[in-house]
Design a protein around this ligand. Sequence first.
Ligand code: SAH
Ligand code: SF4
Length: 383
Amino acid sequence: MVYFFNTSIESFNFTKHGTLMQTNNPSREYLLDYSRDEMKKYIQDMDMAPYRLEQLMKGIYVQKLSDFSGLTTLSKSLRDTLNKNVTLRTFKELKTIKSDNDGTTKFLWSLHDGLKIESVIIYEGTRVTFCISSQVGCALDCQFCATGKMGFLRNLSSGEIVEQVILMMINADKPATNIVYMGMGEPLLNLKNVIKAGEILSDPEGLAFSRKKITISTSGIAPAVRKLADMNTPFSLAISLNAVFEKKRRILMPVSKSYPLDLLLENIRYYTSKTGKRVTFEYILIDGLNDSKKDADQLIKLTAKIPCKINLIPCNSNDPNYPPTPNERAKWFADYLHQRGRTSTVRLRKGWEIQAACGQLYAKNEKTIGRKISESSKLITHV
Ligand code: SAH
Ligand code: SF4
């Protein structure tokens, strides 16, 4: 099943349900970017009564209005003023593809400046995971990753992160149980906006999403892992390990040249002891490359003092250099870890047929290329 929406009217777009969605007028304020305190201040600046805060929060996050016309608790003139001055939507829904097999739904959005990002809904039993992007593209150039091929174009604002979730909530068959920063981009290189978006998503007067059900996934920006520990972050943390030998990891994930495994693991141990939380290790299984007994033994060794679970994911790439480990072998790998005391699960190839690995839908539709790690080490030296 394929939905395809596009329109020649530049500032408007139709959603799946046929409702008119207004796109961003950059001259208007983007309220999804506002924390509750910032919204409070905006209300004051607009000479609105303090009780309006609750009404606006309800309209934006509970009713999920795309503009204020439907917020009937406000007077007509206030609604008109707000509609003139602020916007609640900046995305155009360019493409929505839904898998007939498992319902996995992938969205390609166009942002106010024409750049494009992806988000995915994954249904797995009772779990409904929203996979969201934190940046347009990614500088870190992991060899197996379609987003890596794009390079880095820009960070998303906190509102752009929140807007993905709101639009997916409107489209999803069931409510989200988990939100994971596993779409495009490296969230720990856009930490401020990622944390702010997490706070907005979990605001009790807004979407009230559980903080610990929001997972930040990182390729291994070691200093930022330490920073999360020092902040005592309420969010969950996943680390994309993917290779357990430094030499191999540097080839697969060049970020390891800046932040080697030793340092990364030291900071993860700091994180788990300081926060008392366990982490998730993501480990892509690539046939013949990182799925041997030696790899499994090293994975067990490296994770020995770290409260964790390990997610094994057969690689999902169009690149013939990165074939997935066959299911039988993946199962053996998981059992091997399990028998040695590691909690591990093999994640099925969800959405394989709709190219659900991050960046793949973009790669089919767009050729814009941004900066990569090799071209700008500055991108990752300051966290
Ligand atoms: N930059 C962050 C988060 C976005 S990538 C990170 O690397 O963790 C999200 C996840 O997608 C990572 O775990 C990454 O390893 C995985 N991924 C990337 N390309 C993939 C592919 N071809 N097949 C399976 N998983 C992939
Ligand atoms: Fe960036 Fe994550 Fe893809 Fe690596 S796997 S290129 S860090 S998005």
